[in-house]
Unconditional design. Structure first.
Ligand SMILES: Cc1cc2nc3c(=O)[nH]c(=O)nc-3n(C[C@H](O)[C@H](O)[C@H](O)COP(=O)(O)OP(=O)(O)OC[C@H]3O[C@@H](n4cnc5c(N)ncnc54)[C@H](O)[C@@H]3O)c2cc1C
Length: 464
């Protein structure tokens, strides 16, 4: 058994772990990056990038189908070659993964260790069956994994998760997608547009939305765009050969039975903490087994342990994982001196069509009488209508007392771009009046945002 003594051990070489390692080194500490699985990060390998590649193919298919109202006709059948679709998804994905692997290869070999790490005690890690690591501080950056409810586990390899989609060589014929969170919506709609017969079974949520009006609108929109079943309760999932039978009940009480090639389970993700041996430490754990930690410093109690990225189960997003990784690595290096992480304005995007976005405070978190909601429908919004993408509803929340913009939830065209304008406005503490002083070109989708802001002003008491 090899023994290593190190200042900072980082468990997991993903989007949080890599910056954690680099920050610890930059702070002058010795650091070790421990990875049990394949290098390349979840984001590049089976997350952000391959999902957007699949969506890009779906957008191309959708564009080919929707020319007629503009007078643009595709004569003859539009053929989607599933093998070519998946070939591009995988080869471009591999290119992105390759860049990450190159950057890992550039890390000195003595700073890298291969194997799954487990805590033996607060400062001692067992890595695989070959190395013991005595660390002054530890960063847990182990990411998350798809949660597969017991009902689907009996389906064997016919119950799949996002990772499996990106290893397909061809597109399947018929898929049930379980859950309409971010991943279910993105993959479900993309597969549907690529000609896969998709049934998207949603329980309660539509993406991360909490504003009831926006949620209802989104639900209606997706129900029209694909076979989206809201409030579906799956009662039975069985397998016969390679065919999956599902029985699900809808909100009207009716039971439906159908068969599928695959069940794609997108029922949420769980932090990878169960195999870390945390029970061998003195760390306090929450109900999900995640060390109780301070989100401002990422420190677990008063311990020399920091939790970053999806492992801490708070903001499972790439840029948050990177920020948290940097902060955790820095704090781990300087322990017991820890400093607070400066959080950026909250922003989240669902790359559906129309897109869904949320910025700042969620509707569910705002005190009911503290704000006004400026409204715009994108149905009559000029540029959106020009492009025949005039579907969407936006609520911008403005604090009644300060006139500050505090948050927004919406579904609509170009949501990913408008989300950035709003996140920047929020981080700059702009009031609704200050935002309306900014330029709005004509004709752009952003004019819809201006309508929502004006609507909020109309609901506020006149500015003093
Ligand atoms: C389908 C999908 C689409 C997504 N799309 C987006 C998007 O569009 N935008 C966005 O911002 N985010 C998106 N995300 C989320 C984003 O990918 C994650 O937030 C981000 O990858 C988290 O990084 P991480 O470092 O916490 O985890 P990871 O990158 O998963 O890294 C964790 C690493 O730890 C390793 N590990 C685990 N346990 C151990 C152990 N005991 N010992 C050693 N190593 C271990 C794992 O092998 C892994 O390499 C998406 C995710 C998915 C699944």
């Amino acid at each position: 058994m090899k023994t290593i003594h190190i200042d900072v051990a980082v468990i997991g070489a993903g989007s949080a772990g890599l910056p954690a390692y680099r920050a610890a080194k930059a702070a002058g500490a010795s650091a070790l990056l421990i990875e049990g699985g394949a290098h390349g990060t979840t984001c590049a390998r089976v997350g952000c990038m391959p999902s957007k590649l699949l969506i890009a193919a779906a957008e191309a298919a959708h564009a080919a189908h929707r020319g007629a109202p503009f007078g643009v006709h595709v004569d003859g059948a539009i053929r989607i070659d599933g093998r070519e679709v998946m070939q591009r998804v995988k080869s471009e994905r591999d290119r992105f993964v390759g860049f990450v692997v190159e950057s890992v290869d550039a890390i000195p070999a003595e700073d890298r260790l291969t194997g799954y790490a487990q805590f033996v005690d607060d400062n001692l890690l067992q890595v695989g069956d070959h190395t013991r690591v005595h660390a002054r501080s530890v960063v847990i950056a182990t990411g998350s994994s798809p949660y597969v409810p017991a009902l689907y586990r009996a389906l064997g390899d016919r119950a799949i998760v996002n990772d499996d989609v990106f290893s397909w060589d061809d597109l399947p014929r018929k898929v049930a997608v379980i859950g309409a969170g971010v991943i279910g919506l993105e993959l479900g709609q993309a597969l549907s547009r690529l000609g896969v017969d998709v049934t998207l079974l949603a329980r309660n949520s539509v993406g991360p939305l909490t504003d009831p009006a926006i949620r209802d609108y989104a639900q209606k929109t997706f129900s029209e765009a694909l076979h989206f079943v809201p409030h579906a309760e799956v009662e039975a999932a069985t397998r016969e050969g390679d065919v999956v039978h599902l029985r699900y009940r809808t909100s009207d009480g009716n039971a439906t039975e159908d068969t599928f090639d695959y069940v794609l389970v997108t029922a949420g993700r769980r932090p990878n903490v169960d195999k870390l041996g945390l029970e061998n430490t003195t760390l306090e754990l929450d109900a999900q087994g995640v060390p109780v930690y301070d989100p401002r410093t990422l420190q677990a109690g008063n311990h020399a342990v920091f939790v970053a990225g999806d492992a801490n189960n708070v903001l499972p997003l790439l840029h948050e994982a990177a920020d948290e990784g940097r902060a955790a690595g820095n704090n781990a290096a300087h322990f017991p001196l820890v400093s607070r992480l400066v959080r950026r304005a909250p922003i989240s995007v669902v790359f559906s069509d129309p897109g869904i976005a949320m910025v700042g405070a969620r509707h569910a978190d705002l005190a009911p009488d503290s704000f006004v909601a400026g409204v715009v429908s994108f149905e009559d919004q000029g540029r959106s209508r020009v492009m025949l993408r005039n579907r969407g509803l936006m609520h911008v929340y403005v604090d009644k007392a300060t006139r500050r913009f505090v948050g927004a939830e919406w579904i609509g065209p170009d949501a990913e771009h408008i989300a950035h304008l709003l996140a920047w406005a929020l981080q700059m503490n702009l009031t609704v009046d200050g935002m309306l002083e900014m330029p709005f070109y004509h004709p752009v989708v952003e004019e819809g945002l201006r309508t929502a802001l004006r609507n909020a002003v109309a609901q506020l008491k006149p500015a003093e």
